[in-house]
Ligand binder design. Structure first.
Ligand code: DC
Length: 228
């Protein structure tokens, strides 16, 4: 069984690259940001401030979260409701970043993430997969790109979905989330010491996928050699 950890900042292309690489390799793709987003959505719906640790923590015992996989696609179930689409808004992105700084929220999601890698080969993307969730992952990648490239990708994605957003606002949101995600006390966004840095600023999505797949195949080849 192989575990691949793909960490990096918002908009680096983690989900696009990890999903396609998982498909090529026959691994399960797990998007852990979706779990933080589901908690963000839950608290927003209840009119709770996502930055209020006390109020957010009081909600956790009533939240049932699970991931289902249907033909390689991940679905997020929040108390039985499929929220996979509803968690992809700028408001939920910001709420997810805020709730993710709360230690009890991270602890609440820890087992769920870890268990997914116990029984199957996975490519898991997030912020702390190589450092905290799967510290023994055989392959660790820190995927990044410049702020401007990441904002442009996110802007195009939101516009394509019909959202009316301004590029400058998307860039500001990305920079604010980067700051929050990398300056929080618990599990901040930092590359694991043994992570390979992949800067995708000048890559097409397929080039980035090819680089990740090549890294994983090379590692699998070396592991096989060592086992002989
Ligand atoms: O990857 P994403 O944009 O869907 O993640 C949403 C937020 O969740 C992100 O701003 C930080 C948080 N997150 C985290 O703290 N740890 C993870 N493993 C994944 C996401």
């Amino acid at each position: 069984m192989i575990a691949v950890a793909v960490d990096g900042p918002a908009g680096a292309g983690k989900s696009t690259v990890a999903r396609a690489a998982a498909k090529e390799l026959g691994f399960v793709y797990v998007d852990t940001g979706a779990l933080y987003r589901a908690i963000g959505l839950h608290v927003l719906r209840r009119g709770i401030d996502p930055a209020s640790a006390e109020q957010v923590v009081s909600q956790l015992s009533g939240i049932q979260l699970s991931l289902a996989f249907c033909q390689g696609e991940q679905q997020v179930l929040l108390c039985g409701e499929d929220v996979s689409g509803g968690i992809r808004t700028p408001e939920v992105s910001m709420a997810a970043s805020k709730v993710s700084a709360i230690p009890q929220v991270r602890a609440f999601l820890f087992d769920l993430q870890r268990d997914l890698a116990r029984t199957q080969s996975v490519i898991m993307d997030g912020r702390d997969i190589g450092t905290v969730v799967l510290p023994n992952a055989q392959v660790k990648v820190f995927l990044t790109a410049s702020d401007q490239v990441r904002a442009r990708r996110r802007f195009d994605e939101l516009r394509q979905k019909g959202e009316t957003v301004e590029y400058e606002q998307v860039l500001k949101d990305i920079q604010q989330r980067d700051y929050q995600d990398s300056h929080r006390e618990i599990a901040p966004l930092v590359p694991a010491p043994d992570a390979v840095l992949l800067d995708t600023s000048n890559d097409t999505p397929q080039q980035a996928v090819d680089r990740l797949v090549a890294l994983v195949r090379e590692k699998m080849r070396r592991l096989e050699e060592e086992a002989q």
